[in-house]
Write a protein that binds this ligand. Sequence first.
Ligand SMILES: [Zn+2]
Length: 307
Amino acid sequence: MNLINFIEQFPDEHSCKRHFKQVRENQGIICKKCGSTKHYWLKSKYQWQCAECRFRTTLRSGTMFENSNLPFKKWYLAMAFMSFSKKGISAAELQRQLNHSRYRTVWSMMHRIREAMGKRDDLYKLEGMIEFDEGYFSTETKAKDKQKLKRGRGSQKKTNVSVMAESTPLEDIESGKTSKHCRYFKMKVMDSHLSDEIKTITEENFDSKSIIFSDKSTSYVDIANYVDVHVSEKSSKETTVKILPWVHIAISNAKRNLLGIYHKIKGKYLQLYLDEFCYKLNRRYFGDRLFDRLTIAMADNYWYNKD
Ligand SMILES: [Zn+2]
């Protein structure tokens, strides 16, 4: 999907709704009342009806569009702009493109879409050989917290982010040169550097049969309890290049990307921006299919998966 196809395929509200109905039916409608997946489509109501208990499901119910009164056309345009722009787009820019009167509405839509991106990636765990390190991102603090920061440091603070990358070592048979091939990435904002938090991150994001590479931080001592093998080396420039190349490339790209488009990010929203960054990074070879994948991410029954 590119802009030309988009204009052809989604000229009006009805075409977007019809498309979203199809996306949902491909994934399967789940009844919120009884959990049944058998449904009939009530054309006159534009709703599904459960074949077991007759409970009705609207087009938006249970999806990321639930509780939104905005037309599907606006949502589809927002998803289009966000997926067509490789680096991302600011809320102010999208507001101009959508010709929408309220900045805050557009800003919330974009965060909802980022949330869907994050939820989608959270369905998968990293596996195989994984690089693990932390990066420090500059974020803005709330006005009332500013006083707590030392004089001269302004409103900027550093937020700690754990960064993970699937990374397989490769050796060129002819030259004998080694390199590393990367696959999927994850970035998670941390409240602390404590080993308890590292434990949660390890359990939630790594397959238990993984092999983890990290530096020798004391917070990482327990990682070996949750995965097959934990290889740690003393932190140095050489370690970074040799065993943690991709996490460091991802950290510097993410910082440049976020700074270039959004300038200032409040700490509590950083995860959402990182979710968008990782979602696109993980689908870097998807090309034109990114928009279609995003409609699936918005339609998913995350409420059901959680239970
Ligand atoms: Zn039912």
